[in-house]
Ligand binder design. Structure first.
Ligand SMILES: [Ca+2]
Ligand SMILES: [Ca+2]
Ligand SMILES: [Ca+2]
Ligand SMILES: [Ca+2]
Length: 263
């Protein structure tokens, strides 16, 4: 008798996440990069140097870790830039090519995802090319970070990202790989890869996003909607609660029900 198996359920959940609704405006600590840390509107291509405040106390900052020590070093590490949706008209740099939206189109979300991208996102310091190092999100807070989520947009052919959750010693507490990017409309061109963690152990101090794709050039990072203290719905696949529901107790219950039907 055909019945759902855990792998089929998991793939169904993953597909559901790809199609999940755009994130609504959320209260609390949702950093959507529509404002700078001081609340002012960003400008296209402007650098982000200051950290954002967390409502529960402390701050979080973003940088490319040029010297690979997982810590921010002023003047050594490289600052990301705000990028405005649409093509630059002043000869500045863009974030990502929106090839499924249209030829010669940049920084445009796929239909239905415009509100989720907003007007601004965060990107690599220069043009699409070679990154100066991993992208690091560093907390400076007394809060225990138990969950978070974020979005990497436009994970195309030859592209893949690894997300590592680190403690102060640089040990990897948790890790997650993005899908292997594929080109064309079936891939994540001009779409977000929504990732998140829940139930993190003690000691989370930073998050490191490392490009692990096959490409060695034409690489960018389009980062958006970072939620530093909670994981938005659909970002954790499968949800820990769903895992618990599919655990041994449920499996035993299904088997018992099958036996009763056969009996
Ligand atoms: Ca550093
Ligand atoms: Ca742009
Ligand atoms: Ca630009
Ligand atoms: Ca945004």
């Amino acid at each position: 008798m055909p019945r759902p198996t855990p792998p089929r359920i998991a793939s169904f959940v993953a597909l559901g996440c790809l199609a999940c609704a755009p994130a609504a405006a959320l209260a609390g600590d949702m950093i959507d990069f529509e404002t700078r840390p001081n609340g002012a509107a960003p400008g296209d291509d402007a650098r982000l140097g200051n950290p954002y405040s967390l409502s529960g106390g402390g701050t979080v900052r973003f940088f490319f870790d040029a010297n690979g020590n997982d810590a921010y070093d002023d003047g050594v590490d490289v600052l990301p830039r705000f990028e405005e949706v649409g093509e630059d008209d002043d000869g500045g740099f863009d974030g990502f090519a929106s090839s499924t939206v249209g030829a010669g189109t940049f920084d445009r979300a796929r239909r239905g995802y415009g509100a989720q991208l907003g007007r601004f996102f965060l990107r690599q310091p220069d043009g699409i090319g070679v990154l100066p190092g991993p992208f690091v999100i560093a907390y400076d807070t007394a809060q225990a970070i138990r969950e978070f989520s974020g979005e990497i947009w436009d994970v195309d052919a030859g592209e893949r990202w690894r997300v590592d959750v680190l403690d102060a010693a640089g040990s990897v507490l948790r890790t997650l790989l993005s899908p292997q990017g594929v080109g064309g409309p079936d891939g994540l061109d001009s779409l977000p890869w929504l990732f998140g963690f829940k139930d993190l152990p003690d000691g989370v101090t930073s998050i490191r996003l490392t490009f692990v794709g096959e490409k060695t050039d034409n690489i960018g990072l389009a980062f958006n909607n970072f939620s530093p203290t909670f994981a938005v719905a659909g970002s954790v696949v499968p949800e820990p609660s769903a895992l618990a529901l599919m655990g041994p107790a449920t499996a035993l219950g299904l088997a018992a029900a099958a036996r009763r039907r056969r009996g």
